[in-house]
Design a protein around this ligand. Structure first.
Ligand SMILES: [Zn+2]
Length: 124
């Protein structure tokens, strides 16, 4: 198996729901997102997936959230926009955009609120 990852950043505000603490107040993060992609087959260039192609896929998935208030964007109109749920949403959005002919899988999605705090989603 081969595995690559790519990172992107974006800026957005959020307010946690059903939470007592300062994170229920409106605040923002420069979020860092890392997507790990795995597969068995390399293309004729010896690559699993061109990093630039993965970058474009990630930016397309992130576009709905960049410079937004996450609480005002689906699926966070009702769900709490936590790092954990954001990682799950971006995992699924990137997985849906991967080229179907390359037998690639998203292994996990990491979302950092800051250098000390990271959430990871992967299918159990
Ligand atoms: Zn926060």
């Amino acid at each position: 198996m081969f595995e690559i990852y790519r990172e992107c950043t974006f800026s957005a505000s959020h307010q946690l729901r059903n939470y007592n603490g300062k994170c229920e107040r409106l605040h923002g993060h420069n979020w860092r997102v890392r997507i790990h992609v795995t597969g068995e087959k390399l293309d004729k260039s010896g690559m699993l997936l061109d990093f630039h192609e993965l970058d474009a896929i990630m930016k397309d998935a992130i576009d709905a959230f960049d410079h937004r208030h996450l609480n005002e964007v689906e699926p966070f109109l009702n769900d709490s926009p936590s790092s954990e749920l954001l990682a799950k949403v971006l995992f699924e959005e990137v997985a849906n955009r991967l080229p179907k002919d390359k037998q690639l899988n998203v292994k996990c999605c990491d979302v950092w609120e800051n250098d000390a705090s990271r959430a990871r989603y992967y299918p159990g």
